[in-house]
Design a protein around this ligand. Structure first.
Ligand code: ADP
Length: 277
């Protein structure tokens, strides 16, 4: 089956000369339609760069990204991005933020039936995201978790094929994150949007993903891809099961081995011992 997103031999660097950073080296990745894939790895391994490049926000020197059968050469309405910061319009209410649709805003000639469909979609998303009671509130009046629900609803408004999420729950407290995890899985179940989700939290990556892509740094690359064997229905209790802990340990070990943290610690240990001798 043709993948929804196909990344082939993707290589990307920042800067030049001595300051050149190879952010991604020869990355190959296929993501199927409707799949929920999480990207995890040590800081600096290129997770955000890969996500932003799929979104069309970054140029690349070699390789190819195909989404929906077309080469990605810039942002497009088939791919929506949700960032860690909520980036809502402070002067618009929750409903206003969600209804804000670039296409309608830029084309004053939108027909009344288009506007009607859009407002029906906005109302449905407000209900789905549990925002009905704050529909007329402004972003500054909402908690971080509520603001992020609005940002996700707004991203879903144009029915994107692909939802790209860059550490979207990174700024939330642990309890709110758990609620958001179940909410985004529910949204995925209902909407069947293809989701690519970046996190540095291995537990989050396993709980959410159908596959976890483990990345490694210097240069940024894919180290391994782990199938998550827990099926569609997941409950928070899953996190305390031996199978979950085993998978978490396996991925954490891999990240440690590939990021050089272990080697650094071993060297520090040696240095300390030498200093003591
Ligand atoms: P991650 O999301 O895994 O933390 P990034 O994709 O942010 O990693 O970064 C990958 C590498 O590219 C890192 O070495 C980082 O310092 C570098 N990098 C990222 N963005 C830029 C930028 N705008 N300019 C220069 N280097 C960058």
């Amino acid at each position: 089956m043709t993948p929804k997103i196909a990344v082939r031999g993707l290589t990307k660097h920042y800067g030049s000369g001595a300051r050149r950073t190879l952010a991604l080296q020869h990355v190959d990745l296929d993501i199927a339609a409707g799949e929920f894939v999480t990207l995890v790895g040590a800081s600096g391994c290129g997770k955000s760069t890969l996500l932003r490049t799929i979104c069309g926000l970054e140029e690349y020197v070699a390789g190819r990204i195909v989404c929906n059968g077309s080469d990605v050469d810039g942002p497009g309405p088939d791919r929506a991005m949700v960032f860690q910061s909520y980036s809502l319009y402070p002067w618009l209410t929750v409903t206003g933020n969600i209804r804000f649709c670039r296409r309608l805003a830029h084309h004053a000639a939108a027909t009344s039936s288009e506007v009607e469909i859009a407002s029906g979609r906005a109302d449905a998303l407000i209900g789905l995201m549990g925002l009905s009671h704050v529909a007329h509130a402004y972003p500054a009046e909402l908690s971080g978790g509520m603001q992020q629900r609005v940002a996700i609803a707004r991203a879903l408004m144009a029915r994107p094929d692909v939802l790209l999420m860059d550490e979207p729950f990174g700024a939330l407290d642990a309890q709110t994150r758990e609620v958001m995890h179940d909410l985004i899985r529910h949204v995925h179940h209902l909407e069947r949007t293809t989701i690519v989700f970046v996190t540095h939290d291995v537990e989050e990556a396993i709980y959410l993903g159908e596959r976890v892509v483990v990345m490694a740094p210097r240069p940024g690359r894919i180290d391994s891809i782990v199938d998550v064997p827990f099926g569609e229905k997941r409950h928070q209790d899953l996190k305390s099961s031996p199978e979950f802990s085993h998978l978490k340990r396996q991925i954490l070990n891999r990240i440690r081995e590939t990021s050089g943290v272990k080697t650094d610690l071993e060297q520090l240990d040696k240095l300390t011992r030498t200093a003591q001798d």
